[in-house]
Design a protein around this ligand. Sequence first.
Ligand SMILES: Cc1cc2nc3c(=O)[nH]c(=O)nc-3n(C[C@H](O)[C@H](O)[C@H](O)COP(=O)(O)O)c2cc1C
Length: 211
Amino acid sequence: MRVILHDLDRQYDGLLAGKCDRLLAADGNYAPCRGCFGCWQRMDGHCVIDDDQNGILDDYRASDLVIWSFPLYCYSMPSHIKAVLDRTIPLIKMKMVERQDGSVQHEALADFSKMHTLVICGCGFPDWDGNFDALRIMCKNCFGDPQMICVPEAPLLNVPEAAPVADMLLAKFEKAGEEYGVSMTLSKQTVRSLETPMIPKEVYLRSVNGQ
Ligand SMILES: Cc1cc2nc3c(=O)[nH]c(=O)nc-3n(C[C@H](O)[C@H](O)[C@H](O)COP(=O)(O)O)c2cc1C
């Protein structure tokens, strides 16, 4: 099963629904994790808070591909997406295991070894080293080694005057989607082309600053 978990406006539901088997909207209506660890006592893969998150957990568990799509907020993920991520801890156990590199993780409740994770994140700054670092580390630790696409200058995608460059990027995304559909991975070259700024940093900064 292919799942898209996103925080886009509901107007995009129709478009996205055709691209996956389950569309999960992190719309801010999911309660934050209480930190009660009730899930680790019950170990049934569900949260003690009885809301739609338990449906998300069932879908998540049954997925072979989960696509997380959200904008960069304060160098990380928006709180409504994070609330959903935090509440995936019913899918792991309290038991901790040390990996060969010395890092430590919780043992999974189910076998997630065949699950593919793709993270697509746009940001408002022009490209600069470090903007996505915290998110990259967080996603690596949470999802294993997910495929990530980090897009600078994302607001240009909504600016009519930027349509010529934005449409070029969107066309690259369409092609990348086909590549991913075939091989469940993207070449370094494809990722680089998706992460390449649409316009030069100086031009972007000048136009944002109205100069
Ligand atoms: C609360 C907040 C925090 C943000 N933090 C960052 C940030 O740390 N780095 C960055 O480049 N952009 C940041 N942005 C800009 C968003 O990433 C940008 O507006 C978004 O990618 C545009 O996509 P959208 O049109 O889908 O919202 C932030 C925006 C908001 C509202």
